[in-house]
Design a binder for this molecule. Sequence first.
Ligand code: 5RP
Length: 266
Amino acid sequence: MDWGMKNRMAQLIQADGHCLFLPVDHGYFQGPTRKLEEPRKTIEPLLPYTDALFITRGVLRSSVDPDHSKPIILRVSGGTSMVGKDLANEGITTSMEEAIRLNVAAVGLSIFVGTDYEHESLLNLAKLVDEGEKYGIPVMAVTAVGKELEKRDARFLALSSRIAAELGARVVKTYWCENFEKVVTGCPAPVVMAGGPQVDTELEVFEFVHNGIQKGAIGVNLGRNIWQNDFPVAMIKAIRAIVHENATPKQAQELYDSIKSGTAVS
Ligand code: 5RP
């Protein structure tokens, strides 16, 4: 691995081998989604506790100060919306030249295995990897499920994750699921977990994050379950404790509760 690629990977994956990425890219197809209507207000309080931001160039330029930033994973696929014909019909929206101009640590793109646009999205990934490798920029592949959340099972996610790694993704973002070890074991690239739509309780989030890390995920790329929570800073600190300090779900819940009620010792 060349110096630039190694350096960027080290910016993303911390010395303990784990990472907490904060995705705030949802607007690229969802518009001003709940609690991300004004991205700067969502991002700023959470920034100190993230290892990297997953973000589009538009929100990066408008809502993140270049002098106090964190490593950036630039979302470079899109071209569809929640109300359009097919969310899977994405193209590459941002050039590698632009990614370099923005001094990013990585670029990220979705693949849509099992859809009418499987072929195009996989060739988009392969093309992006070719470009990224040329300039030492890692590619994070996102194993998208579109609106079909029920697709989040081990068989489908293992298939998508393996294909992403085979095509050269340096990091694969997928979902936690039952039998998650099958996804990780079959994927020769590091795996991070997304959360999907907000779940009912904080404890559910702490439990799947903890379980996924035990089963080999290197960390999370977790958005709505953090910033749609009523206490997002408490939430991100609690998840950070699981990812980086090996906290149990119970300890994470206690940390969350104590920050929420203002009793935590900093
Ligand atoms: C949107 C994405 C998000 O980055 C990803 O889904 C993670 O966010 P969340 O935890 O809210 O699901 O790829 O397409």
